[in-house]
Write a protein that binds this ligand. Structure first.
Ligand SMILES: Nc1ncnc2c1ncn2[C@@H]1O[C@H](COP(=O)(O)OP(=O)(O)OP(=O)(O)O)[C@@H](O)[C@H]1O
Length: 610
């Protein structure tokens, strides 16, 4: 059977390509500048093997000229140029990349990789131009040719005059429409911004006449991430941070990576010092700048950073990414996943060494972004908790400063079963909590949780180095002497506690003798998973899930008040009711919980005064 070739309707193909593959029109300039840079690189390559050719960097540049009056934009290069046949082959056939063919012939060994590979970028010019005229003179040729096209209607090629080797691409910029302002592509400052954004690290100078300055070079040219770390000073990194507008602060640390192996990439990452104003809001977008071959592909690639490191700023450059023809990133790219994983590991080890060697700096960082790390422990059902637990810090009752979990556990006395913590709005408040008395009396260290995420994160962690976490206000504290003593009181006064529990029904689930109080008469504790602090936080949420903690009113059997309760239970139930209400309200106040009826509370106090 005869095999037939597919026929492409090239007119329709071109139209489709021009109008549907790019999401942003401004990238036409990136594509044309990348082509110009490739054309210069080709001379560089040729010079490597051709001794009659000398590549003197100073002779090569790209020049962008806007003529608003005549609505033309010209991109000129001093590159290798195209012969008549090459104009025909490269610009007359869609998806034919002369650069890809060239690349296959000349293996790159020194990072001078050509950018072009798909053979479509050039046509993006038709997104902003009605007509494109290419004048080109190839290296080693005496003649120049002109390729001219209005897009879908086809093209013509004819001889023309051009003195120097290279290519000149003239775009006749479209008239404005209702939806589209094409004038901006004739405006020098706008053009400069587009060039800075995408083509800042093109190796050759990109020049433009702006205001009174002729031939101003717009791009930085040398990507500092390709430089040797030893050649760079801290100031170089700081300047880069500022120039790239990563932040207004001075970064705490930079990470310069040059990774080769199963995945190859370079990156410069920064750990900022201060929180961006929108950081903890939903407007904040995490991500790193992503470059392929020094050309910007994406300005916020979120897949490169896990949420728990969303504060990191910086860029990644890799030649091993799979791009689609619009030079946008292919989703689910395996290489990208590898890079992201690698980067997360590097950030973590940098933070760990900061914690180890520059504690003060780490604490500065932690004050800004520690909350994000704790969110990281909690979210995704704790998937990242093991990776993050050693980066956490909490205020310690013993040290009166932030300590790591490892520091806490390493100095636990042998008889201490749990890692104890207490929750509250501030350190000062927690210090006064009656529930902490027994634990601190025992000489045990206590961690203070003042951030609303703290307890949620710790519940997700459950244990650290096999030690369970214990809220001083909930359940059994695991301290034995206290256990035996209160057990007796509890049994002897069963009826009193049962009576008080009935009095407080709906408010507490139990009243009992406290194991944790030493000097204070009462406190609230909880039974079950939900603590009072968690109840407060959950109930403050917008979709109020109305979660209730099972509260227990604990009475200190060693306190004198307890004798009054016992006496009232025997002789005067009304007095006992009054005392019960008073003690319950006091316990609420200590916890920072609202009183249901403050007027009744003050009346009750007056009753015992008169
Ligand atoms: N300024 C130029 N100087 C010399 N050759 C050029 C120039 N612009 C384009 N070409 C030639 O035309 C070909 C097609 O260009 P086009 O931009 O469509 O694709 P590409 O650059 O190869 O690939 P990509 O679509 O990935 O950018 C190039 O491969 C190159 O051979």
């Amino acid at each position: 059977m005869e095999k037939k070739q597919f026929q492409a309707e090239s007119k329709r193909l071109l139209e489709m390509m021009i109008n549907s593959i790019y999401t942003q029109k401004e990238i036409f300039l990136r594509e044309l500048i990348s082509n110009a840079s490739d054309a210069i690189d080709k001379i560089y390559y040729k010079a490597l093997t051709d001794s009659t050719l000398v590549f003197d960097q100073d002779h090569y540049y790209i020049k962008v000229t806007a003529d608003a009056e005549n609505r033309t934009l010209t991109i000129r290069d001093t590159g290798i140029g195209m012969t008549e046949e090459e104009l025909e082959a490269n610009l007359g056939v869609i998806a034919k990349s002369g650069s890809l063919a060239f690349k296959r012939e000349h293996e790159s060994k020194d990072g001078h990789d050509l950018i072009g590979q798909f053979g479509v970028g050039f046509y993006s010019a038709f997104m902003v131009a009605d007509e494109v005229i290419v004048r080109s003179r190839a290296l080693g040729s005496e003649r120049a040719y002109q390729w001219q096209s209005t897009g879908a209607e086809g093209y013509t090629i004819e001889p023309c005059d051009k003195q120097d080797v290279g290519t000149e691409i003239l775009l006749k910029i479209k008239e404005n429409t209702e939806d589209e302002n094409y004038d901006e592509y004739l405006e020098p400052y706008r053009l400069k911004a587009i060039i800075k954004k995408y083509s800042d690290f093109i190796r050759y100078p990109i020049k433009m006449d702006i205001a009174d300055q002729e031939d101003q070079t717009l791009n930085s040219m040398v990507p500092i991430w390709r430089k040797n770390k030893n050649e760079l000073t801290p100031a170089d990194y700081e300047n880069f941070y500022t120039e790239k507008h990563y932040g207004f602060d001075k970064p705490i640390k930079h990470i310069h990576l040059n990774v080769e192996g199963s995945v190859t990439y370079q990156a410069i990452l920064f750990i900022p010092e201060t929180i961006p104003f929108d950081y903890y809001s939903k407007e904040f977008e995490k991500g790193l700048e992503l470059y392929s071959n020094g050309v910007l592909i994406m300005d916020k690639c979120s897949d490169l950073l896990p949420d728990h490191f969303s504060f990191v700023k910086g860029m990644v450059d890799s030649d091993s990414l799979s791009l689609n023809i619009s030079r946008e990133l292919l989703q689910h790219d395996r290489q990208l996943k590898l890079i992201a994983k690698n980067i997360a590991g590097k950030i973590k080890s940098q933070l760990l060494s900061l914690l180890k060697d520059e504690r003060e700096q780490y604490e500065k960082f932690y004050n800004s972004f520690g909350r994000q790390l704790k969110f990281g422990v909690y979210s995704d059902f704790g998937a990242n908790k093991d990776a993050l637990q050693d980066l956490l810090l909490f205020h310690s009752s013993k040290e009166q400063k932030l300590v790591t979990l490892d520091e806490y556990v390493s100095r636990m006395p042998e008889d201490q079963k749990y890692i104890y913590y207490a929750t509250g709005d501030s350190i000062e408040r927690i210090e006064k909590l009656p529930q902490t008395e027994l634990v601190t009396d025992k000489g045990y260290e206590l961690l203070y949780f003042t951030d609303d995420i703290d307890e949620f994160a710790i519940k997700m962690l459950m244990t650290y180095k096999d030690k369970e976490f214990k809220n001083v206000s909930s359940g059994d504290l695991g301290i034995e002497e206290a256990e035996n003593q209160t057990q007796q009181e509890q049994q002897e006064n069963q009826e009193l506690f049962a009576y008080m529990t009935t009095q407080l029904s709906g408010k507490v689930t139990n009243v009992r003798a406290s194991k944790r109080l030493k000097k204070h008469p009462v406190c609230l504790s909880t039974e079950g998973d939900v603590t009072i602090e968690m109840e407060k936080i959950l109930n403050a949420m917008p979709n109020n899930p109305s979660v209730k903690a099972n509260k227990v009113l604990e009475i200190n059997p060693q306190h004198e008040v307890f004798h009054s309760l016992k006496a009232a239970f025997e002789n005067d139930k009304e007095k006992l009711n009054l005392y019960t209400a008073l003690l319950y309200n006091q316990a609420l106040l200590i916890e920072g919980l609202p009183l249901q009826d403050p007027v009744e509370f003050t009346n009750d106090i007056c009753k015992i005064m008169v």
